[in-house]
Design a protein around this ligand. Structure first.
Ligand code: AMP
Length: 552
């Protein structure tokens, strides 16, 4: 990897890499995920559900061959070891062949959300020095707009009905004519595989570089956290543009030989429920936002459908205890919150079948991962004290660094720890509790209030769909809590309702945590992966002053 991307603790990484006896041959993630399972030609790798009620099943053998053809096309088009290749496409079946194909060449793959605008795409491709992008007819217009501004971008491959012209090639034709044999490049565990741009709540997006060694933790956590077993049918709803979709939506199940379910369309509650029933999904991996949306749509009625859900996993945001209770009642499944980030590459704290679930806590450190709450000097804090959530850098799935950004990489490490920039605490039984992103902590009368506990307390009120708590400057108390609240169907904003909700929070928490202002809004601003963007709400202050209610 380039000099400028070397991460701070290279010793930890080297030691970790040495543990990879399994990779004496070839550490290539794509080989371990596809080729390994393709000998049995009937073994299913993907069930793809289209938006037009069309459905297709692909075996590992099918995807191995399709990704070989794709790898041959990419190679002929000039992609070499170490290059960066991006995808910008809807969730069509081809996407799930292109991603492993890039890895087979020893290049890094960057998956972009299909609904990114042209400027967001340009920034990422420019930063990465991308050589090629695979897109589809629905999204190619955005690449046409920016192609001239990207001198390093040599070719564009277009999936679908497309006539080749200039540097924009028809993908399907070339793949059809390519050989289905391809010898994957030999890679070392430390060679790059993913380049994932984080949404960047502040500043420009940064490219998180991952190594093929990531597979070790994906295998471990697919076993110990997701607990995938023979009769499971697993569905991770995350888009591959988000690390969860890439790592746990595709590779973790494939590495264990489990099929993935892909739904081409966007979230639609009834469709999701239909898919859960149709495929008798036993293990679902999704986000708190999606669970709240399902709750909003389904209400608390006893289930009418025949679900087989046994385990529901949630990550990406704090999971409110109220939502856990709802999902358990309605689906009769256990609900496991788990914590990690793009940079950690795999789950590091988790509720899981081997650990009793503690509602509201993120769970315990995953086996083999050293997580701690530390202070500014890197010292581990005692039970109950709030500090930085940190992890030892010998985690094999930890990122190598931010692409082209050594200062930002270095800033993530302190006294032998990788710092997540999240605040949390640990209790006497070893459970970790999320407090807030560093930037989201609210200071009221010298008390530090985490938005998550306020939002969870608000959600207990039956009128609330979801909420975001932020700090507002206050001459007396430094800051006070303001809550932006989205109501459930059938409820209207009013002073009385605002006071009722505030009273519910006061009864559960403290006066400092109780909102002094409540603003009812239609929807919360969110990132592509569904995270609430509290900084936007903080910056904007009041969105609509007629909907702001002051709590006396
Ligand atoms: P990303 O890298 O986009 O997956 O975002 C990672 C961030 O999401 C973390 O640093 C946390 O701020 C947040 N996050 C992820 N999982 C959880 C969780 N279980 N509880 C609370 N916050 C979470």
């Amino acid at each position: 990897m380039d000099e400028h991307n070397v991460m701070a603790d290279s010793n930890g990484q080297k030691n970790a890499a040495r543990r990879f006896e399994v990779f004496t041959q070839n550490a290539n993630l794509a080989v371990a995920a596809l080729r390994k399972h393709s000998a049995d030609r009937s073994k299913t790798a993907m069930i793809w559900e289209g938006v037009n009620e069309n459905s297709k099943t692909f075996s590992f053998f099918d995807l191995e061959r399709l990704s070989n053809r794709t790898a041959n096309v990419l190679k002929d088009s000039g992609v070499n070891f170490g290059d960066r290749v991006f995808t910008l496409m809807n969730r069509t079946p081809e996407l799930y062949a292109v991603i492993p194909a890039v890895l087979k060449l020893g290049a890094s793959v960057g998956v972009l959300f299909a609904d990114f605008g042209a400027e967001a795409i340009r920034q990422r491709l420019e930063d990465a020095g991308a050589k090629m992008i695979v897109t589809d007819t629905a999204n190619v217009g955005k690449i046409e707009e920016i192609f001239e501004k990207l001198p390093l971008l040599e070719k564009v491959l277009v999936v679908g009905d497309w006539e080749t012209r200039d540097d924009f090639y028809n993908f399907d034709e070339r793949v059809k004519n390519a050989s289905a044999e391809f010898e994957a490049e030999i890679v070392e565990p430390d060679d790059n595989c993913f380049l994932i741009y984080t949404s960047g709540t502040t500043g420009l997006p940064k490219g998180v570089v991952h190594r093929h060694a990531i597979s070790e933790r994906l295998v471990e956590t697919a076993k110990s956290v997701l607990h995938l077993e023979k009769d499971d049918f697993y569905w991770c709803t995350a888009d591959a543009g988000w690390v969860t979709g890439l790592c746990y939506g595709i590779f973790a199940p494939w590495l264990l030989g489990f099929p993935i379910l892909v739904y081409e369309g966007e979230f639609e509650a009834q469709k999701w429920l239909e898919l859960l029933e149709k495929h008798q999904v036993t293990c679902l991996y999704t986000t708190p936002t999606m669970l709240r949306l399902l709750r909003n749509e389904m209400g608390d009625l006893p289930r009418k459908r025949e679900f087989s859900l046994r385990r529901i996993y949630s990550a990406g945001e704090p999971l409110n205890p109220e939502v856990i209770g709802w999902a358990e009642r309605v689906f009769g499944a256990q609900v496991f919150d788990n914590y990690w980030q793009t940079e950690t590459g795999s789950q590091i704290i988790a509720n899981r079948p081997s650990v009793p679930i503690l509602r509201g806590a993120m769970g315990k450190a995953v086996e083999g991962v050293h997580v701690a709450i530390i202070d500014a000097n890197g010292r581990e804090l005692p039970v109950g004290e709030v500090g930085d959530i940190a992890v030892k850098p010998n985690l094999t799935s930890l990122f190598k660094g931010y692409w082209n950004f050594p200062e930002a990489t270095r800033a993530c490490f302190r006294a032998g720890w990788y710092i997540t920039r999240d605040r949390g605490k640990r209790d006497e039984n070893g459970y970790f509790w999320f407090v807030a992103r560093n930037d989201d902590v609210i200071t009221c009368e010298a008390q530090r209030v985490g938005p998550f506990e306020v939002e969870s307390a608000i959600l207990v009120h039956p009128s609330v769909f979801e909420s975001a708590a932020v700090g507002v400057a206050d001459a007396v108390t430094t800051e006070h809590v303001k809550a932006f609240i989205v109501l459930r169907k059938g409820f209207e904003p009013s002073q009385k309702l605002a006071e009722e909700i505030a009273a519910a929070v006061r009864a559960q928490l403290s006066p400092q945590s109780t909102p002094k202002e409540i603003e009812f809004i239609a929807e919360l601003p969110k990132t592509k992966s569904g995270k609430i963007q509290r900084e936007i709400l903080r910056r904007k202050g009041n969105l609509d002053k007629d909907k702001v209610f002051i709590i006396e």
